[in-house]
Design a protein around this ligand. Structure first.
Ligand SMILES: [Fe+2]
Ligand SMILES: [Fe+2]
Length: 319
């Protein structure tokens, strides 16, 4: 049932970018930085999704934004619905887009299965494994942080579930703690949604998962599926849902009338600290920004004493 990580993935730790190593506040730099993307929904031949969305172009825009960050992430996690119909050619197209980026960033790619995926094609085309219906799961050591990919998909259905065998495997993995705790990555979030259609397609029997992770070192859950960014807690554990790269749900509508739109795409920049984990939403937009802050500005601040920095940046001008 359990697949092993792709070659070179276990033990990977890419560190964080130079800017993140500057510390002006109370927290030391994050131990791990993870890119969390979701719901690419590629189609073979790049047929427009739903006749409307250019999913390949939207993924490329997202990847440009990813590389613009200038970081060396510890992992790139895709939380499912990698393709829309599970077509082998769509997985090959996805891999052709992601592999060069991952190589340049020096980070392992963690593929999580979603309800739109098909396990046999996903296993063969993305993981170079036998094309079976076995759940796509794995365990990574990201510099002492354990990341466990679960497979919440149910072949032939769009709702989510975790069977006894996968839950037993998860329990066995979690029996021994990792140095910096554990993150779970899964497609169907164990959270409610205010949108009726997602209630029908939710992860079923969530209390069983809650029992398995109770009292373990699980510090957070990364998920997708909803096509909008949200967060909550599940059995006391923070859950962070990344929106989609393909299209997102227009939440500025009554819940029963929420539909997709070709806007609002984003991904998450996850920083793992000793005492907390933050999930920053990175918008994929082309917008003009001010140019006040820069690496040179940070350098100038770094040259000051803490008191001088407060004076230079925190002091309000006298009226
Ligand atoms: Fe999706
Ligand atoms: Fe989904």
């Amino acid at each position: 049932m359990v697949t092993t990580p792709p070659p070179g993935a276990a033990g990977a730790s890419g560190g964080v970018g130079p800017a993140a190593s500057v510390q002006f506040g109370q927290y030391p730099p994050a131990r791990q930085t993870i890119l969390h993307l979701s719901d690419t929904h590629l189609l073979a031949g790049n047929v427009p999704l739903g006749g409307r969305y250019d999913t390949a172009a939207n993924l490329r825009r997202t990847l440009v934004a990813v590389e613009r960050l200038g970081i060396r992430p510890d992992a790139i996690v895709f939380t499912g619905d990698l393709t829309d119909l599970g077509e082998p050619a769509a997985y090959r197209a996805l891999r052709a887009e992601i592999d060069p980026v991952a190589r340049r960033l020096g980070a392992p790619v963690i593929w999580v299965a979603g309800n739109h995926d098909e396990r046999p094609a996903m296993r063969r085309e993305l993981l170079d494994r036998d094309p079976t219906e076995e759940p796509v799961t794995g365990v990574w050591d990201l510099g002492g942080l354990r990341l466990i990919a679960l497979d919440t998909t149910v072949p032939g259905w769009h709702h989510g579930d975790l069977d006894d065998e996968q839950l037993a495997w998860l329990g066995a993995e979690l029996a021994s703690p990792a140095p910096h705790g554990t993150l779970l990555a899964m497609h169907h979030p164990p959270l409610p949604s205010h949108i009726p259609l997602f209630d029908i397609l939710e992860l079923r029997d969530q209390s069983r998962l809650a029992r398995v992770i109770a009292g373990t070192d699980v510090r957070g859950i990364l998920a997708g599926h909803l096509h909008y960014s949200t967060s909550g807690t599940f059995a006391g554990i923070p859950v962070s849902v990344a929106a989609a790269t393909c299209y997102t749900m227009d939440l500025a509508r009554p819940a029963a009338e929420v539909n997709g739109m070709d806007a609002g795409q984003s991904f998450h920049l996850v920083h793992v600290y000793d005492d907390t984990i933050t999930h920053a939403v990175v918008p994929v937009v082309d917008a003009e920004t001010g140019e006040y802050f820069s690496a040179a500005w940070v350098e100038r601040m770094a040259a000051l004493t803490p008191a001088e920095r407060l004076e230079a940046f925190s002091r309000k001008p006298k009226r």
